[in-house]
Each structure stands twice: as structure tokens, then as C-alpha cells.
Design a protein around this ligand. Structure first.
Ligand code: KG4
Ligand code: ZN
Length: 353
């Protein structure tokens, strides 16, 4: 089965063709991503209206490129999958409507993919990880622990009560006058800094829950920066290093608790922690997670970074997984700005199976 996957929920216009063999093995035949960094650079963040327009301009070309890199004609794909939410609704509409048009014109099934499910199933595309497993999704829009029991079968164990982790990186970068996206900039400068110089709060850490809160930390970073103004390069690097170290500590402490819960609730299933989302690129957080996972006697799976960030291959794969279980969606499926993974209609029975 060869599935075209379309992703337009944020600032990446992406298309990919993925083949799923009958035994579940995956091959990525093409994976084309066009990032809109330049369009949004002047605004210090993603502007939804500009993002939607850029998706309109580029999506056809990106799909054509995905076909040509896979050595296929559009008519040769077996199904069309597109992100139907959650995300910036203008962009989601562009991708989903394009997918519906292709589905109708080519007489191929449509799969309306939940973007979070696509992140959640990526470890099966890249590493063939078996169910169940625990996912930590840390991106610009989400920070959550999700128990992945099967396709369409998710339980959210924790989420952020304010900012997402990637968002916190981006805001810290912005207040320090660094470029966008902020995560990679903060990580780069943190290498030159002293992680001990500033002591930032670790909110919620004493509470026995799996939620995150990053907005207090962001405020503490702002106050520290204001207290040190005018900032010299070393102080900026020290703030970056101290912030990053704090975040790594928060994430790894939470991961330990999540793995303890996993052991208690799923005895007999060796614990596996899968990481998804752009923040997975951060080496300090990765090292802290690795330590937490080792200490818990668990296994850590981090897909290659281009597949952790937004891409079409994960959408194609989620579509293929759903189709292999008999699920497809009607052409009147609505795009959604909000669509939690553990909502009632994630189940396969709501999608045609
Ligand atoms: O998954 P992603 O590409 O897009 C979505 O948000 O869906 O994640 C982007 C986020 C941005 O907030 C970016 O600053 C963050 O991931 N990020 C990083 C790093 N690389 C990307 N954060 C920390 N360290 C990094 N190396
Ligand atoms: Zn994403």
C-alpha cells in the first residue's frame, strides 16, 4: 500500500509517499518539506494568515515533487492522507481540501489524520516499535505524555498547563534578542554558557502529577535578563545554559514518574519511551532523558530528527496504519483547530473501520 501524506497544520508545507508492506514494514519513498521560516522571520513567530497563503502557493508543487522523487504518478498512490487537525485552521483547510479533491478525482480513499497521532505513530515507521509504549511529544505547540495502546487508542497522562516546551524556548530566545525558531539558537549559545549561574524555578516538580508548566520559568528568565541589563554575550549564554539545564531536569524528572506509572499500570510490558516533536533535537534534553530511561530500566526511541519535526511521511504512515485496519474517512470530514488525542472520536469505529 502506497499512501500520499500531506501536512500543512503549522509552518511546514510537506508531502511524502510511504509504502507499507503487508507485514507492516515501512519504506519512505519520498519526503519533501518546505519550511516557511522566511515568510514569518520579520514577525518573530508564525502568522496564521501568511502560513495558510504560503501553503496554497506551495502545496501543489510539493506534492508533485513528492511524486517525482518517489518515481510515481499521482494516480499510482493507493490512498491520500492529510492532517485534519489540530493546528492553525487556515493551513489545515488547505491541506485537507487538497486531499479531498485528490481523493475524489482519483477515486482513492481519504484518511483524515490527527497530527498528534501522526507524531505518536512515527516510531513505528522508523523503528517498528510494538504497542504499547509511552510517548513524550515536545514541540512548539504541544508538551504531553501519551500512553499509546494501539492505533486510535490513546490515553493522555500529562500535558502543559500553559506554554509548550518549544514555545518556551522560542519565547526565551525572543526576550534575549535571538532569532526564530529559538530552540536551536538557545541550544547553540548554551554550549558557551554556565548552567549553574542562574537558579530558575522548577514549577510543579514537587507535585505528583505528569503535567508541565513553563510560563513561570519564562518569567523568571525575563526577570533575570532584566536584572542583568545591558546583557553581555557571556550573560546571554549563561541564561541560555541555565534555562536549558532547568528544562532538561524538569523533563527528565517527569519522564521518570511517567515510566514508574507505566510499570505500575502495565505490568509485563517492558517500558519504552518514544520522543517526538522538534524539541527532541535538543542534545541536553536528550541526554537527560536517556539517563532517566536508563535509570528506569526502560528503552528510549528517538526517531531521526527530520521525522520528529513536522513532515508528510508521518501523516502518510498514520494514514497507512489506519487503512490497514479498514479505516477511511468521508469527504465531508471537517478540519479541526482542536482535536485532543484521547477524544472519543479518535477510535477506529469513528473512521469507517
Ligand atoms: O515539531 P516542530 O518542528 O513544530 C511544531 O511545533 O509542530 O517543533 C518546533 C519547535 C520550536 O519551538 C523550536 O524552537 C523547537 O521545536 N526546537 C528546539 C530545538 N530544535 C527545535 N528546542 C530546543 N532545542 C532544539 N535544538
Ligand atoms: Zn507537530
Amino acid at each position: 500500500m502506497r499512501v500520499l501524506g500531506i501536512e500543512t497544520s503549522c509552518d511546514e508545507t510537506a508531502a511524502s509517499i510511504v509504502e507499507r508492506a503487508a507485514d507492516g514494514r515501512a519504506t519512505i519513498l519520498s519526503n519533501v518539506v518546505r519550511s516557511q521560516l522566511d515568510e514569518h522571520a520579520a514577525f518573530g513567530g508564525v502568522v496564521p494568515e501568511l502560513a495558510a497563503r504560503a501553503h496554497v502557493t506551495w502545496l501543489d508543487h510539493i506534492i508533485a515533487q513528492a511524486c517525482s522523487e518517489a518515481g510515481m504518478k499521482l494516480g499510482e498512490v493507493d490512498a491520500i492522507a492529510a492532517t485534519a487537525g489540530p493546528g492553525l485552521i487556515g493551513g489545515v483547510l488547505v491541506g485537507l481540501t487538497t486531499a479531498k479533491a485528490l481523493s475524489a478525482a482519483l477515486h482513492k480513499p481519504l484518511v483524515a489524520v490527527n497530527h498528534l497521532e501522526a507524531h505518536a505513530l512515527t516510531a513505528r515507521l522508523t523503528d517498528g516499535v510494538a504497542f504499547p509504549y509511552l510517548m513524550l511529544l515536545v514541540s512548539g505547540g504541544h508538551s504531553q505524555f501519551v500512553l499509546v495502546r494501539g492505533v486510535g487508542d490513546y490515553e493522555r497522562w500529562g500535558t502543559t498547563i500553559d506554554d509548550a516546551l518549544g514555545e518556551a524556548f522560542d519565547k526565551v530566545a525572543k526576550l534575549l534578542g535571538l532569532g526564530n525558531p529559538g530552540g536551536p539558537q538557545v541550544e547553540k549559545l548554551a554550549r558557551l554558557g554556565d548552567p549553574e549561574r542562574f537558579r530558575f524555578p522548577r514549577p510543579l516538580l514537587k507535585e505528583n502529577r505528569l503535567d508541565f508548566s513553563f510560563s513561570g520559568l519564562k518569567t523568571a528568565v525575563r526577570l533575570a535578563a532584566e536584572g542583568q541589563a545591558p546583557l553581555d554575550d557571556q550573560t546571554v549564554a549563561d541564561i541560555c545554559a541555565s534555562f536549558q539545564r532547568t528544562v532538561a531536569e524538569i523533563v527528565s524528572t517527569r519522564a521518570k514518574s511517567a515510566l514508574a506509572r507505566y510499570r505500575a499500570e502495565l505490568p509485563g510490558h517492558p517500558p519504552v519511551l518514544v520522543v517526538a516533536g522538534g524539541v527532541a533535537a535538543n542534545m541536553t534534553i536528550g541526554a537527560a532523558l536517556n539517563e532517566a530511561v536508563q535509570a528506569a530500566g526502560a528503552r528510549l526511541v528517538v526517531p531521526p530528527i527530520p521525522l520528529c519535526t513536522d513532515n508528510g511521511a508521518m501523516v502518510a504512515w498514520a494514514g497507512a496504519e489506519r487503512l490497514s485496519l479498514g479505516a477511511a474517512d468521508p469527504l465531508d470530514f471537517s478540519a479541526r483547530a482542536r482535536w485532543p488525542l484521547d477524544s472519543a472520536d479518535m477510535g477506529l469505529s469513528h473512521h469507517g473501520a
